[in-house]
Design a protein around this ligand. Structure first.
Ligand SMILES: [Zn+2]
Ligand SMILES: [Zn+2]
Length: 367
């Protein structure tokens, strides 16, 4: 889908500042056209989608194309007039010709870009500039290299859970204990003290909890630690997905499939269930022997979250600086300059040596 400008017929792009489509040439603004008939964000039945069914798949946009990066394998999708250019994740030049995008489980919702590109560029420069140990060559490179706006694929899962558990409840009690001590005169004296002990009782039962919107990243191109650093996301501001949100940006095709993502969601849920079980057991201490959880009413959404990525290659390695395009939070990794660190260490050693030398001079006896 192309969105021609009503003023000059150039292609409109989604503008983060305006929150709608804007012509990069004449500045005409147009609100995001709605192509999805149902403008409500639905939860999809997980089991229905776990069985492959082409009828449930769709393209991000009618004219969406995709390219796979030969260097890192990430598949990015976009719509013309956007071009493949460089891989947003590893900065490798993409030589393959874009092909019509494969249908996928279409996103239900999207958080539109809110941080404009200019602000993101300033944030990256500032972030690198505040890193004194970053090599100067890197700072220069980051200045020249571009920054890409990419929607990262995520799954959110909902599920009703019912968990049966078996364990033990520990209750504290105090016991008087006699013990001996040797006093100053070398005599043995007997004393008493209170000691805390635990009595264990068998415990079993059932806990239930409904989980809403457990977020699981479906990208493998960004480290999990960095992704977590970008949180929180204002998921309550999600809007129904429209292809127009893609204009001027790229979207990554999900790398974690629906079923694998649900396994990760179960792990997140199990931590909460475990603490539910402990509070259900009660007492002063708890032992959990087994928890069996039944999941029902499992639903999911495929959502797109906006990130600015500055990827650069330095001495054969790939480094990424990421910006949450909703909050402006910056997360990144950077190489250290060995020369700068060595220089700093030498400077400190020299300063200490100088100080010692000066002090020895002061301590010389006055004649
Ligand atoms: Zn225009
Ligand atoms: Zn790549």
């Amino acid at each position: 889908m192309r969105y021609p400008c009503p003023g000059c017929s150039a292609d409109l792009e989604f503008d983060p500042k305006a929150g709608q489509l804007k012509c990069p040439y004449c500045g005409t603004e147009v609100s995001v056209p709605t192509e999805n008939t149902a403008r409500v964000i639905r939860e999809n039945d997980l089991h229905a989608y776990l069985t492959p069914d082409a009828a449930r798949l769709a393209r991000l946009a009618e004219n969406a194309v995709e390219v796979a990066c030969e260097s890192c394998g990430a598949v990015t999708e976009f719509t013309p007039p956007e071009v493949a250019g460089f891989c947003p994740f590893c900065a490798a030049k993409i030589v393959a010709q874009p092909i019509a995008a494969d249908p996928l489980i279409a996103p239900e919702a999207v958080l539109p870009f809110a941080v404009p590109k200019k602000d993101a560029q300033v944030a990256v420069k500032k972030w690198l500039g505040s890193r004194w140990f970053a090599p100067s060559a890197l700072k220069n490179m980051a200045r020249q290299d571009g920054i890409a706006g990419v929607y990262l694929p995520h799954w959110t899962y909902d599920s009703q859970t019912q968990s049966r558990y078996r364990g033990q409840r520990g209750e504290h009690y105090w016991e008087t204990e006699r013990y001996s001590e040797t006093d100053q005169n070398g005599r043995i004296v007997w004393k008493e003290r209170q000691v805390q002990k635990t009595r264990w009782y068998p415990a079993s039962g059932t806990v239930a909890r409904f989980f809403d919107d457990i977020l699981v990243a479906a990208t493998g191109s960004v480290s999990e630690t960095r992704l977590r650093g970008l949180e929180p996301w204002d998921l309550n501001a999600l809007v129904s997905y429209e292809p127009a949100y893609l204009s001027g940006f790229k979207a990554q095709r999900y790398q974690v499939d629906l079923g694998t993502g649900f396994e990760s969601a179960k792990e997140i849920m199990s931590g909460v269930i475990h603490s539910d079980v402990c509070s259900d057991i009660g007492g002063d201490e708890q032992r959990v022997h087994s928890i069996q959880t039944a999941y029902s009413d499992e639903t999911f959404k495929h959502i797109l979250l906006p990130v600015w990525i500055a990827a650069y290659r330095f001495e054969g390695k790939v480094f990424q600086v990421l910006i949450n395009a909703r909050t402006g939070e910056v997360q990144g990794e950077r190489p250290y300059s060995i020369w700068k660190i060595a220089g700093a260490v030498l400077f400190v050693i020299a300063a200490i040596a100088l100080f010692v030398w000066w002090q020895q001079g002061q301590e010389k006896p006055q004649v």
